[in-house]
Write a protein that binds this ligand. Structure first.
Ligand code: NAD
Length: 270
């Protein structure tokens, strides 16, 4: 159901890989709420071709950009502003990649070359995106930027490995750039800390199936789904949340503040 919450707004969505992606679900909801969109992903992800289905559904152009490449980002913003005939109102950063996890290297045996790339793709990329928009003055006053994160930035989840450090850095960039962009243009920047969700990136973490059912049992409301995450992000892009910035917002059914649940105690007593 649409409430026209984003009517007249224009946004760039990073990171829709396939229909399970948090970015894919969010693009569909933003479109439903009346937004105009530009979709972007790394050239290698675009070659899979899936994103064209989404582009058709939300009537949006697809512009390739490797988020670690400043020339790609500059072109993305320039082309988006031309396409929209004006600046953008919102941006979704839905990007994560751990080379060490991918290569099976645990936290105590990190390859630092891979580590640098993981931090660049998953965290400093938010700085790169914001810096590009800042230099081109490509975001309207009171614009809203959301990046996706995970609670491993605050608490240890051993198999999340270097991505925990990446998310801690991402949340710090959110606060620091949030200060500067807020002062300059009233642009607000927040992270949404989402429940574990079955996506390509999510399923890459070791023991994901066991973990997702543990989180379900540890959350009073249960795990938040990708579509519920999309709904929450729509509210953050809307004018209803204008004074929220520099925050890490948990969207996790209460997991982050739960010490233990009856379901987990019962399981332990078996
Ligand atoms: N799935 C979960 O359990 C979960 C939970 C909390 C947070 N998150 C976060 O949500 C975000 C989206 O992940 P997802 O779960 O939808 O998985 P996903 O695999 O669908 O999305 C990850 C995206 O990152 C893109 N990407 C990787 N390298 C890139 C590069 N160099 N340039 C541009 N894009 C690049 C991929 O192409 C892909 O579209 C990530 O930040 C992830 O850490 C996921």
């Amino acid at each position: 159901m649409s409430h026209n919450l984003l009517k007249g707004k224009k946004g760039i969505i990073f990171g829709a890989l396939d229909e399970k992606s948090l970015a894919w679900r969010t693009a569909l909801r933003c479109h439903e709420e009346g937004a105009q969109l530009v979709l972007t992903n790394a050239p290698v992800a675009l070659r899979l071709g899936e994103i064209n289905k989404l582009a058709e559904a939300v009537n949006a152009p697809v512009i390739a950009a490797d988020v670690t490449n400043m020339d790609d980002l500059k072109k993305l913003f320039e082309d988006s502003v031309t396409h929209f005939g004006g600046k953008v109102d919102f941006i979704l950063h839905s990007i994560g990649m751990s080379l060490n996890v991918r290569k099976g290297k645990g936290y105590t045996e990190l390859d630092y070359g891979f580590n640098q790339k993981s931090l660049d793709i998953s965290a400093m990329s938010l700085h790169r995106v914001l810096r590009t928009a800042w230099d081109l003055d490509a975001i309207n006053d009171w614009g809203s930027v959301v990046a996706l994160t995970y609670i491993a930035a605050q608490r240890v989840f051993p198999d999340y490995s270097e991505m925990a450090d990446a998310k801690a850095l991402l949340e710090s960039v959110t606060r620091s750039f949030g200060y500067h962009y807020g002062m300059k243009k009233k642009v607000r920047i927040n992270t949404v800390s989402q429940s574990p969700t079955r996506t390509t990136a999510g399923s890459g973490v070791k023991g994901f199936d066991g973990f997702i059912s543990y989180a379900e049992k540890m959350s009073p409301l249960g795990n938040a789904t990708a579509d519920e995450c999309a709904n929450y992000i729509v509210t953050l892009f809307s004018d209803l949340t204008k004074m929220v910035t520099m925050q890490n917002l948990f969207h996790d059914g209460g997991f982050s503040f739960t010490g233990v649940t009856e379901a987990v105690i019962n399981q332990m007593e078996k």
